[in-house]
Design a protein around this ligand. Sequence first.
Ligand code: ATP
Ligand code: LTN
Length: 328
Amino acid sequence: MSKKKIFSGVQPSGNLHIGNYLGAISQWVDMQDEFESIFCVVDYHAITVEQDPEELKKKIIEIAKIYLASGIDREKSVIFQQSSIQEHTEFAWVLNCTTARMSDLNKMTQFKDKSGDNQENVSVGLFDYPVLMAADIILYDTEVVPVGDDQLQHVELARDLARRFNSRFGDVLVIPEARIRKEGARIMGLDDPTKKMSKSASSEANFIALTDDPAVAKKKIMKATTDSGAEVKYDPEEKPGVSNLLVIESLLTKTSIEDLEKKYEGKMYGDFKKGVAEAVEKFLINFQEKYNAITDEEVRKILDDGAKKIKPIAERVMGDVKKKIGVR
Ligand code: ATP
Ligand code: LTN
């Protein structure tokens, strides 16, 4: 039986943090043996907000390096850059015209969050962002999309658009579904464990970037907001700060939450935080060692080889779409 296909991506903007790693990328690493996997650096999503061209160029390489240092294996998975395959934007246009409705996009909570009070002045691209994402996914016959839970609404839109296209033009598109981790789908901010860790957070104390100096990261954990009481217990409602740190240590060290609760039984928050801080430090040292060993030239070649490998799938699906809508 052939393997099921997965597709996912991260934007080359901001500093990637352990939330992105634990919620999305580490899940991809765990899935790449079981699935035929495609991982994309979604640069055309990044330009929905203003980017400095030189910075963007560097970030594209950085994100691909992060994939590789996290354990994405180029022999098992394809890594490529979105803008290398023109069918993404071409297909997004077709979906814009044939299946996506203003009312779909008006519901998107990420757009509301990102545009805030400035809805009239943000780019049209920011509003249309979920349609490009749907195109990314559907273009490769994707069955499963591993993401953090903030992306669930976007994957559901992709599902709806593929369904609508099929019912109007005939069955050509594969219907995708989201895959969300049970634990770690939403790593919370260290300074405010009621909101998700975010690279656009106003304070650096909110997140641990994958490029943070391990000693600085350790301090950030020691300063993380915890809760009242003294017991180290997983209870996201009552103890959001402690629970978030437990999830982080659990995923980084592949130890169950129950085992960690036992490890910290009778211990103070200070000892607990020290344990979490050490796990984070160890992870970052190891991660950064791998990251620094990869050259920019190697990454460029991996991205270009990846695009060459999957271009035929995009051409075939886009060819079918063009026939169905009557332009070919
Ligand atoms: P922003 O700060 O602009 O909200 P982001 O940090 O959410 O950005 P994205 O590039 O939007 O980063 O997300 C990349 C991937 O990481 C997505 O699959 C997303 O669901 C996941 N992700 C982002 N933040 C978290 C988090 N705090 N916990 C778990 N997964 C996350
Ligand atoms: N919107 C996603 C990034 C993204 C993506 C995709 C994820 C763009 N295209 C396709 C999965 C599949 C985000 O994480 N911000």
